[in-house]
Design a protein around this ligand. Structure first.
Ligand code: 13P
Ligand code: ZN
Length: 273
């Protein structure tokens, strides 16, 4: 089978196009990774041509020997669908989880995303919590970013604020969201800080930069990201309409508790105090 005919590759490409159409991927902004199932690797194995081993820049021993589909560094999401083989790649990790090699894609040269350490460390943390986690998504959604200039950069504040703007929010991300203070992107340090948040949450906000989301599949991960950004958009409108004064009424702690209880999910009680 051609790599681009595989279902997981089609799902990846669709998510890249959807993210671009949402306006979350100016220029080369954002990146996407998928931890490929072994049976999916088998579907495309005849097309894999391993290159040279290269350092990841961090170590992810729990992911050793696994294969990943990731976007290329400096590549534009709007071009992924037009020419997948030039803009995305399949990577294999070595038996220590310290090096990768490109096995398909990036046809005209290049490297996997500069946020590869964050993607892999997040995927590792999530795999340890539940092996069904396979997708990590990073983008630059304007409303979440805007809020990082006006709200305190605290998990409790962002979680509570984002839950309140739309009834379904606490049901969709009952654990809340983590907030990583501004840091230099693209290295191990921000990857470690983000992975710490991913121990607890499926969403990590990067102050003045963007957001990460993790999930079991493309639909769930995109849907989670979309929900958080839409909630942020509502809050931006509220703050704009009221000259920063904010909400006149909202869903109170008991309401948030009741909504999550009705849908059989456990809201983070700490953030309701
Ligand atoms: P890459 O082009 O290297 O994926 O970087 C984009 C980005 O959003 C960095 O945070
Ligand atoms: Zn970014």
């Amino acid at each position: 089978m051609q790599v681009t005919d595989a279902g997981f590759v089609k799902g990846f490409i669709r998510m890249a196009s959807d993210g671009y159409s949402m306006g979350w991927h100016e220029r080369n902004g954002g990146n996407l990774s998928y931890r490929i199932r072994s049976e999916e690797v088998d579907e495309v194995r005849e097309c894999l041509k391993p290159g040279d081993w290269q350092e990841i820049g961090t170590s992810v021993p729990e992911l050793s020997g696994e294969y990943f589909l990731v976007t290329g560094s400096g590549k534009y999401f709007r071009n992924v669908e037009l020419d997948p083989e030039a803009n995305i790649c399949i990577l294999e990790l070595d038996d220590k989880g310290e090096r990768f090699r490109i096995c398909w894609g990036l046809r005209d040269g290049g490297r996997p995303t500069s946020e590869l350490p964050s993607h892999l460390m997040n995927l590792e943390v999530k795999k340890k919590l539940n092996p069904d986690y396979r997708v990590v998504y990073h983008a630059h959604p304007a409303n979440i970013i805007a809020l990082t200039f006006v709200l305190p950069l605290e998990d409790a504040v962002f979680s509570r604020e984002l839950w309140e703007n739309m009834t379904e929010c606490p049901i969709i991300f009952p654990a809340g969201v983590g907030v990583v203070p501004w840091m230099v992107p693209g290295g191990r340090e921000i990857a470690v800080a983000t992975a710490q948040k991913m121990e607890k949450y499926d969403i990590a906000v990067w102050a003045h930069h963007g957001m990460f989301a993790a999930g079991f599949d493309f639909d769930l991960t995109f849907g989670l990201f979309h929900t958080a950004e839409k909630s942020a958009e509502i809050l931006v409108k509220i703050l704009s309409m009221t000259g920063g004064a904010g909400k006149k009424q909202t869903i109170d702690a008991d309401g948030l508790r009741a909504a999550t209880k009705a849908f059989d999910v456990q809201i983070e009680e700490e953030f309701l105090k």
